[in-house]
Write a protein that binds this ligand. Sequence first.
Ligand SMILES: Cc1ncc(COP(=O)(O)O)c(C=O)c1O
Length: 372
Amino acid sequence: MQRVQTIPFFDYPYHYASRGEEFMEAIRSALQRGAFIMQQDLFDFEKGLSDLLGIKHVIGVADGTMALIMSLRAAGVGAGDEVIVPSHTFVASAASIHHVGATPVLVECGADHLMDPASARAAVTAKTKAIMPVQLNGRVCDMDAIVAIADEFSLKIVEDSCQAVGARFRGHAAGSFGVAGTASFFPAKTLGCFGDGGAVFTNHDDVAETVRVLRDHGRAKSGKVEMWGYNSRLDNIQAAILNVKLKYYVEDIDKRRALARIYQDLLGDLDTLVLPPAPDSDARHFDIFQNYEIEADRRDELQAHLSKHGIGTIRQWGGHMVHQFEKLGFASTLPFTDRVSERYLLLPMHAGLKDEQVAVICKSIREFYTGA
Ligand SMILES: Cc1ncc(COP(=O)(O)O)c(C=O)c1O
């Protein structure tokens, strides 16, 4: 018999139930207007998110993976090129590089689990065309260091900001640092829709124009096909749902940051854990806590203990970093990332999680390590 979790890792039904009437009204309105593809709700959403982030162009596309593929194409990445990307990421980051005909070169993450600049710099070759920092878990990499590497070797930056919509570094939004950045609106994301969805972010007019053409079969406004494109538009109904979500987004992020503070307060003294940087620990970073990823001694036993007490946790990417998937054929040696893969664990973190639930989770973790 399957155990009923009292604190699931993620509460999917909550995200509809929390504002059910508003969502139904938005969906009904789009249906009644017959507004399905490339309609006003999509354009309103693109404008609303662009205003919120302070990024000039937001282009709604089918999902985050397609956002990466089209961003790479707009950056001119193609056959024969290498792109540097951390191994601690969703396979989609590396897959997008593969699918434009280029080669992903996997590098280490650092102590905060984001791309390690020294490892990235050491991976540059004559073939390197671009660098793809992954703004993992809702935090932006040290972009001072990444931009310096890109400048030194004349590399393009394409950000995988799928987990960091609204996160900032020195006041600049994730997705705004290079040629383009990306969003995923997968349901469990901070700005999740009710299916698949994504966006490309860019401050460059020419890149925006290319992505708008690419997402619509390569067709320009004139209707003429200008390049090989894709059918990769964000559904108008998903955009209508996202317009509702967007109204509460700042509030939802505040909630996540408040939950992270509670985790920090209740677990910060345990030397058996490494917690993510606390929300206000570094003035350069504004983190949105897409995930709360810890490192834990005796990780597997801790996960089993929490599960026994009805608390859901997961290991991102099913517990495997990209270079560890043998069938993808990487020969990378990444000892730090290997060590993280043996220790990392995501604790529950979402806008519907209650403070009391975080207290229960922390109590259970303390019991595991201290017996008290
Ligand atoms: C870091 C990262 N990159 C890319 C993606 C791909 O996004 P999507 O699932 O919308 O294609 C995800 C989504 O899980 C992600 O977490």
